[in-house]
Design a protein around this ligand. Sequence first.
Ligand SMILES: [Zn+2]
Ligand SMILES: [Zn+2]
Length: 327
Amino acid sequence: MYCPAGDFYIDPWRPVDRAVITHAHADHARTGHTHYLATNVSEHVLRSRLGAIDLQTLAYGEAITINGVVVSLHPAGHVLGSGQVRIAHAGRVWVASGDYKTAPDATCAPFEAVACDTFITESTFGLPIYRWPSDAEVFADINAWWSANAAQGLASVLYCYSFGKAQRILSGVDASIGPIVVHGAVQVLNAAYRASGVALPETHLVTEITDKALLKRALVLAPPSVAGSSWMKRFGEYRDAFASGWMLLRGARRRRGVDRGFVLSDHADWPGLHSAIAATGCEQVIVTHGSTPVMVRYLEENGLSARAFTTEFGDDTLDDSVEIAPA
Ligand SMILES: [Zn+2]
Ligand SMILES: [Zn+2]
């Protein structure tokens, strides 16, 4: 996405001079740009993922002017530091949402509706079938599953994406049930979250737990890529599950081949998308990133001007923008 007046790009996938980055998921934050602009809250995570970059940061709501265009970043509620980009120029205001969710998340600032003329919305779960259960229900289910497995002396392996999902799960589970083991890929992000002031329960690398009996009571958070790898051997017999919005679909659960699926997404569901769009008061919506045709038709039937815009977002496996590939 390019802003001609300001001569900057939002979440570009090819190297550019000036990139505004909505959040640090790999399909949005790539290496190779000359200058980066992002939220100050995302700094630790961005630097841990992209290394030495020329990064300017803004507090939420703080504005700067780029070539006469006023740019500010506002909470998107997606992951730590995620921002919507507000662009004001010649009396018009556009907002590019980036990825967002309207459900509560203790590990990041809540989504904030920003008034605008044109809203560029993501639509990862832009179909009426997508309606998330409440967080309270999902975490009660995860805790009950973990407790029951621990009582049988079986570790509970919960596959989830390392950035965002893992920390949200950590913020909601009952750490009194047993120890929490995380894969190294998750632990790196936990450190960035803690450095940013987000409280998480104690987490251990598997090598730090030498008592085998303790491992059999553990909740294990690991990226889906370790399924079936030698890393899993240390847990002996275990139960496994996957946490993703896609777990609403029986086919996705079956293809993953896990015992359980927990419906937990870092994207807005269908009602969330529509409440967010309505709250902006916009006249025009540009839909990207997912099921665009149904969204466009629905918005037009409801009196808005809407069109789709094709992007390459979602072609990685670090957030649940992409449906889980067969295991
Ligand atoms: Zn994302
Ligand atoms: Zn995305």
